[in-house]
Design a protein around this ligand. Sequence first.
Ligand SMILES: Nc1ncnc2c1ncn2[C@@H]1O[C@H](COP(=O)(O)OP(=O)(O)OP(=O)(O)O)[C@@H](O)[C@H]1O
Ligand SMILES: [Mg+2]
Length: 84
Amino acid sequence: MTVRKESGCLTIAVADTGIGMTAKEQSRLFQEFVRIKNDKTRDIPGTGLGLAIVKGIIDLYQGAIRVRSEPGRGTTISLMCKTG
Ligand SMILES: Nc1ncnc2c1ncn2[C@@H]1O[C@H](COP(=O)(O)OP(=O)(O)OP(=O)(O)O)[C@@H](O)[C@H]1O
Ligand SMILES: [Mg+2]
């Protein structure tokens, strides 16, 4: 995890080198109960609520959430929020 503060903007980024996601899979990520279904995710448990909750909290602070992901390479999720 990296935390950076630049020009009044706080960025928290969490990165992994895991299974990654296609652009189509990424497009539904923040909807409640959405879980990506493919051969690689079959045995991974979860509720599909984690990222929807994170986005809900970030929206309350008028922040932004960004996903960068590539299948087979990994994912970075960044939260950005104005400081002040
Ligand atoms: N770092 C990641 N790498 C690859 N896929 C991910 C990653 N994070 C989330 N996903 C995919 O997005 C889906 C939604 O994620 P989310 O965190 O909202 O729910 P979850 O992990 O299934 O359950 P929960 O976080 O509530 O336990 C996951 O089911 C998974 O398929
Ligand atoms: Mg999760």
